[in-house]
Design a protein around this ligand. Structure first.
Ligand SMILES: [Zn+2]
Length: 212
């Protein structure tokens, strides 16, 4: 049987199509340019008072979701933790599923893992705390309470990815007065429409379409 191969270049050339590399300027007016996004370098700014800032390698990469690639239904973080850190103290839930990934960051072997991380799923009487000591992925179904998340021992760097299937990062929190509050956070980025302004997670840019 003949081996089937897909060779993009040959196919394009055979069709007599023009293919070329876009400049940043041309990308803005191109058909698919909004689907290609270069990660900005971010520096963690969410540290509780008195906590050390050097628990995570700087800079970090984050995919902030629909504000960066219009129409995206997920957001994701890419952080390398090098010191113990109590990352998330407050229980919350989300409108959609969240996945947490813990891998070794002594690249290239992601199974080179030496850390002890505690993570709680569920609330009150049904709460269960899991101790992560090997590469692990956890699914948090929509509506399920979770956290605290505590990186108790970090003897080797840990790659931590948090993926949430919503257009912007955020959570639903129970307040002491019995009410619930939705909080959103889109990172220390500029407003898409006003570069003088810091993003306040208003959500306006989430309505954009990737198509021109
Ligand atoms: Zn969460």
């Amino acid at each position: 049987m003949e081996e089937k191969r897909f060779d993009l270049r040959t196919a394009q050339e055979a069709a007599g199509e023009k293919h070329y590399i876009l400049t940043e300027e041309a990308k803005k007016d191109s058909k698919f340019g909004k689907l290609v996004f270069e990660f900005p370098q971010e520096r963690n700014e969410v540290v509780a008072e008195g906590d050390p800032e050097d628990f995570v390698v700087k800079p970090q990469a984050y995919f902030r979701g629909a504000s960066q690639i219009p129409g995206s239904e997920f957001n994701q973080s890419y952080q390398i933790f090098v010191k113990p850190f109590f990352l998330d103290r407050v229980q919350h839930r989300h409108a959609k599923d969240e996945f947490l990934v813990f891998l070794g960051a002594s690249f290239p072997n992601v199974f080179d893992f030496d850390a002890r991380i505690e993570f709680t799923l569920g609330k009150g009487e049904e709460a269960e705390t899991y101790v992560i000591t090997t590469p692990t992925i956890i699914r948090i179904p929509a509506g399920v309470y979770h956290c605290p998340l505590n990186f108790k021992e970090v003897n080797k760097p840990v790659l931590f990815l948090a993926t949430l299937f919503t257009p912007m990062f955020g959570g639903i929190y129970d307040m002491p007065d019995g009410k619930t509050m939705e909080m959103y956070y889109n990172g220390p980025v500029q407003c898409k429409y006003n570069p003088q302004k810091k993003c306040d997670s208003c959500g306006k840019c989430l309505q954009e379409d990737w198509k021109k």
